[in-house]
Write a protein that binds this ligand. Structure first.
Ligand code: PLP
Length: 219
């Protein structure tokens, strides 16, 4: 299991230091956050950037050891041009989303996050062209509390992973809803957990490949 703190939730150095000490890695949603985490003492290799906007200094950051998660075909191509043969992650939009309001629903046809799942062929084409090593797959769809949707997302992302030759980490990157106000429901992970575990085992069996599981919470 690979756990990241989505530091946009609270990027204060004091908080980032505590979570770093506890062994969490960092999900940075911009180059600024990556720099901020490093200034707080987080090792570059523990930071993964998943950003709508391509970091201006992507080349320097990756050279320092920061991991990059491509969120569009254009970002993947740009990474390939900079780092032929390099290791990279890909964020997919698996075709469905889950959010308690529309603004926190970041999957499905109306969301701009991640590469639409039907473009997998184009991802693999870019991979071949630049000899990329796609090892991490990601599909943050939102922090809604519907375990059924989360399970489906996990399955869809695992199915994509099964088709990407070197993928070893699958991160259906929630966002788990934590009820803070009256009427808000917290996500119950226990009911769906074993079923998702079974899906992971299925992919491992069918593909004879071990899969690491990732999660990233900000809430
Ligand atoms: C914001 C974000 C998260 C965390 O979501 P929360 O709803 O704040 O828990 C995880 N992954 C990515 C890529 C994000 O942008």
């Amino acid at each position: 299991l690979n756990v990241r703190y989505a530091m946009k939730a609270c990027p204060s150095a004091a908080i980032v230091r505590i979570l770093n000490r506890l062994g969490l890695h960092i999900d940075a949603s911009s180059d600024f956050e990556a720099h901020r985490a490093m200034q707080a003492g987080v090792p570059a290799e523990h930071i993964q950037i998943t950003a709508q906007q391509l970091p201006a200094d992507l080349e320097e950051l990756v050279q320092q050891g920061v991991l990059f998660n491509a969120c569009s075909l254009a970002q993947l191509r740009r990474f390939g041009r900079l780092f032929k043969g390099g290791e990279v992650g890909v964020r997919f939009n698996p075709g469905l989303g889950s959010g308690h309001i529309n603004r926190t629903n970041v999957g499905g046809p109306s969301a701009s996050f991640g590469i639409w799942h039907e473009y997998l062929d184009q991802v693999l084409e870019i991979q071949r062209q630049y000899e990329l090593n796609i090892t991490r797959l990601h599909s943050h769809i939102g922090s809604g509390s519907d375990p059924e949707v989360w399970q489906r997302c996990a399955r869809l992302t695992l199915d994509i992973a099964a088709q990407v030759p070197n993928a070893h980490t699958v991160n259906p990157g929630p966002g788990y809803m934590v009820g803070c106000m009256a009427g808000e429901t917290s996500t119950e992970l226990q009911p769906g957990g074993p079923r998702v575990g079974a899906q992971v085992e299925r992919v491992q069996r069918e593909r004879v490949r071990s899969v690491r599981w990732g999660m990233e919470s900000g809430q």
